[in-house]
Design a protein around this ligand. Structure first.
Ligand SMILES: NC(=O)C1=CN([C@@H]2O[C@H](COP(=O)(O)OP(=O)(O)OC[C@H]3O[C@@H](n4cnc5c(N)ncnc54)[C@H](O)[C@@H]3O)[C@@H](O)[C@H]2O)C=CC1
Ligand SMILES: O=C(O)[C@@H]1CCC=N1
Length: 267
């Protein structure tokens, strides 16, 4: 199977790193193209993948073609490659707000189109990717796509209508977590912790807390109560978060992200 990646930026290169780390397929069966030649040179050297001369070459030779350019660039790329796509080529978009219909309107409703929403932890094979398929994808192809997405983390098929909300709770979520971690570290520094130690401590604690949810399957409220001793330190901190409308603010952030995704889709 030949995998092509058009756009090796933050997300495209994260997928490349995850896929190559997982040995899902041989690196010689992966080809990348980006307008940034320096980036392509570096990535092809570092990961032993092929460099395509242009988008058309990738469209011609790939069984699965990942389009990982910015949403506003997607139409230009699709228009450029549409005549190079065979009916069996699977076009897999990761672009926020770009619908399957939008893609089919450019390359044709006879093509195989997949819409996904990954996230950058794909880089360390801990990604979480939502996927929606158009009606031309066969069951065996779905199985192959899930294998590809699961090579750099986990994946879930969702109704395409939920992709906007999904972006708010997963695609963009790593950035909210990093802001939370940064603020926690500032708090540690405020209380005399060395910053570099604070980052390491907090990142491991966030990782462990997330792993607790995934492995115990307990409700986050139950896990929170297991930490919160009566009259103890934790409830003192939680009261400040509640007084600061932490939950409501986080919900508003998800809403803003969802709305922006809809706006980008012209909805
Ligand atoms: N960054 C993230 O965490 C996530 C990004 N996405 C989506 O991934 C897509 C890419 O986002 P980023 O990687 O963050 O952007 P980026 O700006 O880091 O990467 C985009 C890359 O596309 C290249 N490019 C531009 N025009 C091109 C063309 N005609 N042919 C080939 N390459 C071209 C640029 O040189 C750049 O390296 C966007 O649609 C975004 O919505 C989806 C999920 C998460
Ligand atoms: O911020 C963005 O638009 C992209 C899509 C999800 C994460 N990053």
């Amino acid at each position: 199977m030949k995998l092509g990646i058009i756009g090796a930026g933050n997300m495209g290169s994260s997928i490349l790193k995850g896929v190559t780390a997982s040995n899902f397929l041989e690196n010689k069966n992966i080809a990348i193209f980006d307008l940034n030649k320096v980036k392509i040179e570096e990535l092809s050297k570092e990961y032993g993948v092929k460099k395509a001369e242009n988008e058309n070459e990738l469209a011609n030779k790939s069984d699965i073609l990942i389009v990982s350019v910015k949403p506003n660039i997607v139409p230009k790329v699709l228009d450029k490659i549409k005549d190079d796509l065979s009916e069996k080529t699977i076009v897999l978009s990761i672009a926020a707000g770009i619908s399957i219909d939008f893609i089919e309107n450019i390359i044709g409703t006879d093509k195989k189109v997949i819409r996904t929403m990954p996230n950058t932890p794909a880089q360390v094979m801990e990604g979480m990717t939502a996927v929606s398929f158009n009606q031309n994808i066969q069951e065996n192809e779905k199985t192959m796509i899930f294998k590809l997405l699961n090579s750099f983390g986990k994946s879930i098929e969702i109704d395409e209508k939920l992709m906007h909300a999904y972006t708010g709770i997963s695609g963009s979520l790593p950035a909210y977590v990093y802001v939370f971690i940064e603020a926690l570290a500032d708090g540690g520094v405020l209380e005399g912790m060395p910053r570099d130690k604070a980052y390491e401590i907090i990142a491991q604690t966030v990782l462990g807390s997330a792993k607790m949810m995934l492995e115990t399957k307990k409700h986050p409220g139950v896990l929170k109560d297991e930490v919160t001793s009566p009259g103890g330190t934790t409830i003192a901190a939680l009261k400040v978060l509640e007084d600061g409308k932490f939950r409501g603010t986080v919900m508003e952030a998800v809403k803003a992200c969802t709305e922006k995704s809809k706006e980008m889709a012209g909805e």
